[in-house]
Design a binder for this molecule. Structure first.
Ligand SMILES: C[S@@+](CC[C@H](N)C(=O)[O-])C[C@H]1O[C@@H](n2cnc3c(N)ncnc32)[C@H](O)[C@@H]1O
Length: 225
């Protein structure tokens, strides 16, 4: 999907997103917020913050910035912040996570939950996430990646309509993704229904990779794993 298609898709989803994906994807959001281990006053950026379902899980003494490309999803997030009095949320901005307007090294933690397989160019997204994260800061990604295990693959196939409903690609290969992005993974945990999604905790290596080349754009390698 290109940016225009994504905006159109989430314009439609905004009204029903919480009903469809609120509870089912909640464990991944909670697990991620717990894993951040952020110091008081630490700066968190969540890209693709959507309707803000994760925001209440961040520590009250953190400083959270959220961005999303969909105005309608962000409106829901802003309503949630006001309704729930989420003082840790400093600002919610309409912005493309593949071309962020933040200065380099602005955040201690950068988070993308259920976003990598939605954006047009996952490698570019990661390059940008690394740029805005301070060196030795941490990057957290929750996403579905294709499994190697035939039994798990079968389960994944059963669940893939759920992913596609949210506009996710379901064929993202973890090893290829890590090779292309150069992410340094510290920890991988399975999360949500049957462990279908994975939480990657990554250290921000000091040297960012150059912006993704067209050849590196496709993270959905077709070779079997
Ligand atoms: C599947 S939703 C996930 C929302 C939220 N993270 C959650 O936990 O439910 C994907 C979100 O990514 C946003 N998105 C897609 N492409 C984006 C981009 N290039 N920049 C910023 N946000 C983007 C969509 O608008 C949508 O809100």
């Amino acid at each position: 999907m290109n940016v225009k298609d994504i905006k159109n898709a989430y314009k439609r989803y905004a009204r029903v997103y919480d009903i469809l994906f609120g509870v089912v994807l909640r464990p991944g959001r909670k697990q991620t917020a717990r894993a951040l281990e952020i110091q008081p006053g630490g700066r968190i950026l969540e890209v693709g913050v959507g309707t803000g379902l994760s925001l209440a899980h961040y520590p009250a003494d953190a400083k959270v910035t959220g961005i999303d490309i969909s105005r309608e999803m962000l409106l829901k997030a802003r309503q949630r912040v006001a309704r729930e009095g989420l003082g840790q949320v400093e600002v919610l901005l309409e912005m493309d996570a593949e071309n962020m307007r933040f200065a380099s090294a602005s955040f201690d933690r950068v988070v993308a939950m259920y976003v990598v397989s939605v954006v047009p160019n996952p490698a570019r997204l990661i390059t940008e996430m690394r740029r805005v994260c301070r060196p030795a800061g941490e990057i957290f990604i929750v996403n579905h990646f294709r499994s190697r295990n035939p039994v798990l693959r079968f389960t994944e196939q059963l669940l893939s309509p759920l992913s596609r409903l949210a506009g996710f690609r379901t064929d993202l290969d973890l090893e290829h993704f890590l090779r292309v992005t150069g992410l340094e993974v510290i920890e991988v945990r399975r999360t949500n229904l049957f462990g279908y999604w994975r939480l990657l905790r990554c250290r921000n290596a000091s040297k960012p990779t150059p912006l993704a080349t067209p050849a590196a754009e496709s993270c959905a390698e077709t070779s079997p794993v």
